[in-house]
Ligand binder design. Structure first.
Ligand SMILES: Cc1cc2nc3c(=O)[nH]c(=O)nc-3n(C[C@H](O)[C@H](O)[C@H](O)COP(=O)(O)OP(=O)(O)OC[C@H]3O[C@@H](n4cnc5c(N)ncnc54)[C@H](O)[C@@H]3O)c2cc1C
Length: 395
């Protein structure tokens, strides 16, 4: 049941979104540690949590009002995901709806937007799957080989994606595929196209999904396309220009993942500071020892510094300014700061840091992901070295 509805046409004078943050916290209080532990233990998808977020309008904050959303900016989505993570929950089950929707919004036709956005806003259609990564190409996206071949009024898709998270819990997928071979285009980034696929239909016509069990509960999968016919009106924007469409969606993704890291970091710091204060060993609070309190203070400082970079990158995105380098830097700083906060939190909890019921070990596993996905640290360093600092390209 929804407890809060995001008022449309609301003007937020406070860019911290205090009212929204408060409402997200209230919603999350209904999904406590026990809920997330059960999902994690049984590798279940948190359907009730995602439904509650959808009903309250939090998942459609970025959808314009004319299509039934709240029409807010990325900074609002950032605040929502941060609060979910700070509460001990995880937005990984549904965050993709926020950033994949942007590809449709910015590059889709008027008809595609009319057809899909209102249903995504109400939750009648779930757009949670984002199929980019392939087993052989890795981070080198222009080397993907999944191919969409034009055949009359259809495209025929063949190939394989990996790490397509939430594919089993989504009705639609944003798919990146080649429509021209890499060797036939002037630049490797050309000849890639984006499609909005109705997975319910594709599953009947040659697409199959295989779950991958991972160290965290992330509902990730492999998706196979065996000559799958899709209508040609699934194409988003112009054929061959998909790489640029995907890139601006990736900027939103990285900024939002960075926000989740900030939430994780604050969760670990809250827990560590409280435990250090409450736990008494050798007749005094362990938090009285500087050897215990300094790492917590350091983790706090690192998270707050990273949060400023996240804020800056989100503000640039919202202003429609170039933000590629800033979102990457924000994602790196935030993911490393949340990881150090996680490590500190485990250390402060001693043996209890390993006990499932404290939620620390689960969050520790969850926050580790973000140094690898959606983009790994080395690739960010490489981007900054070559694109910001002008050093020679290494690949
Ligand atoms: C749980 C999970 C969920 C995911 N969800 C999705 C999803 O929904 N959709 C999707 O499309 N993808 C998804 N991914 C994929 C994710 O984006 C990739 O795993 C990530 O981008 C890294 O790519 P890779 O695994 O192919 O690593 P690789 O590209 O094989 O790289 C392996 C390691 O080598 C390093 N490396 C590679 N090349 C260089 C170089 N030239 N110099 C220095 N270091 C280098 C990398 O930094 C990395 O540490 C997910 C992954 C995971 C684990």
């Amino acid at each position: 049941m929804a407890t809060f509805k995001i008022p449309q046409m609301m003007t937020y004078v406070d860019d911290n979104y205090d009212e929204i943050r408060d409402a997200v916290r209230k919603l999350c209080s209904r999904f406590g540690g026990e809920y997330w532990r059960e999902m994690d233990r049984e590798r279940r998808y948190p359907t009730d949590f995602v439904s509650a977020l959808t009903d309250s309008g939090f998942l459609s904050v970025l959808i314009p009002e004319e299509y039934g959303g709240a029409g807010l900016e990325l900074s609002a989505a950032s605040a929502i995901l941060e609060e979910i993570h700070r509460s001990g929950g995880n937005g990984g089950a549904c965050h993709a709806q926020m950033y994949t929707m942007g590809t449709l919004l910015r590059h889709g036709s008027a008809e595609q937007k009319e057809n899909f956005l209102p249903k995504i806003a109400t939750g009648d259609l779930r757009l949670q799957a984002f199929g980019v990564t392939e087993p052989t190409s890795g981070t080198d996206t222009t080397r993907i080989t999944t191919f969409a071949r034009r055949a009359g009024k259809e495209y025929i898709v063949s190939g394989q994606k990996i790490w397509t998270s939430r594919a089993e819990h989504s009705d639609l997928m944003i798919l990146l595929a080649r429509t021209e071979k890499r060797e036939d285009v002037v630049k490797p980034s050309r000849g890639l196209s984006v499609f909005l696929i109705d997975m319910r239909e594709a599953l009947k016509r040659g697409m199959s999904i295989r779950p991958i069990r991972t160290m965290l509960n992330h509902s990730t999968t492999e998706v196979f396309f065996d000559e799958v016919p899709i209508p040609s009106d699934c194409l988003i924007g112009e054929e061959g220009k998909g790489f640029t469409y995907i890139m601006d969606g990736m900027n939103a993704e990285r900024a939002l993942i960075a926000s989740e890291c900030i939430g994780d970091g604050r969760f670990f710091i809250d827990r560590a500071a409280k435990y250090a204060t409450d736990r008494s060993v050798f007749g005094r609070s362990i938090g009285q020892n500087q050897g215990v309190q300094f790492p917590i203070a350091r983790a706090h400082i690192e998270i707050e510094a990273a949060a400023e970079m996240v804020k800056k990158s989100v503000a640039l995105f919202d202003a429609g300014k170039p933000c590629g380098s800033e979102v990457n830097m924000a994602k790196m700083l935030a993911s490393e700061a949340s990881w150090r906060a996680a490590d500190t939190c485990v250390q402060v909890h001693g043996g209890f840091g390993f006990a499932e019921e404290y939620d620390i070990e689960r969050k520790f596993r969850e926050t580790r992901l973000y140094q690898v996905a959606p983009i790994s640290t080395n690739l960010i360093l490489s981007h900054v070295a070559t694109h910001v600092l002008g050093m020679p390209k290494s690949f």
